[in-house]
Design a binder for this molecule. Sequence first.
Ligand SMILES: C[S@@+](CC[C@H](N)C(=O)[O-])C[C@H]1O[C@@H](n2cnc3c(N)ncnc32)[C@H](O)[C@@H]1O
Length: 251
Amino acid sequence: MMFPTHDGPTENSPFHATIITVFPDMFPGPLGLSTTGRALGSVWSLDTVDLKNFVTGPFGRVDDSPFGGGAGMVLRPDVVGQALETGGGFQGRPCYYLSPRGQRFTQAHAVSLAKGSGVVLLCGRYEGLDQRVLDHYTITEISMGDYVLSGGEIAAMAMLDACLRLLPGVMGNQDSGTEESFSTPLLEYPHYTRPAEWKGMDVPKVLRSGHHAAIKAWRKEQAERITRDRRPDLWEIYTSGMPPDCFVKDE
Ligand SMILES: C[S@@+](CC[C@H](N)C(=O)[O-])C[C@H]1O[C@@H](n2cnc3c(N)ncnc32)[C@H](O)[C@@H]1O
């Protein structure tokens, strides 16, 4: 394999992700680049479990047609069950099945997961997974949003990326995680960089004033404006007077 693998979290790489998938070659994918890529093998480690390795018999398959009829194929419980029991091993880590039916993944989940020793992510394909797997192993379903992807792999990458960037040693400036959108109910204020004038548009004067209190006030005002205009749901939480740290919290 092209990336470091481990049996589980270790002292050197305390966060370990196991991905159970029909397409292990998709990993680490974009997680192998940039900040998460540089930390792969030290801050975090990854192994993939290929569902195809748990097919039995010469004509065996990972999927089969659904009982009761209907379109598409369903991942077989014997194949996925065998992969969960022998391929990965949870080692105390939470296991999630990526699923559009699941609870919506939020920044609060990412913060909570980043405090643990890793995660096991089960990626669906086709019409999904036999329900008995979820019931037998008590696996939580988690969704990346109200849309349908072709498979759980891209959703797993997004979920993992949100957690990994919060691990100490992954992001350059650890503060950048605490001021972002969803760390409080306010969305983030706009950013500007050089050149100070571009296509006839100037950077807001206050940002070049060096006046820290004024900059802070301007950013808050902008964050409030953007949140009020774009996300009435978040604006309601913000204006309800909850303390600012109430938004991202452990489950
Ligand atoms: C084509 S989808 C299956 C959709 C399923 N038949 C339904 O209507 O809910 C195949 C797989 O993609 C993954 N997937 C699709 N959309 C997702 C989302 N919004 N969040 C997380 N995983 C998703 C799941 O693992 C799912 O089993």
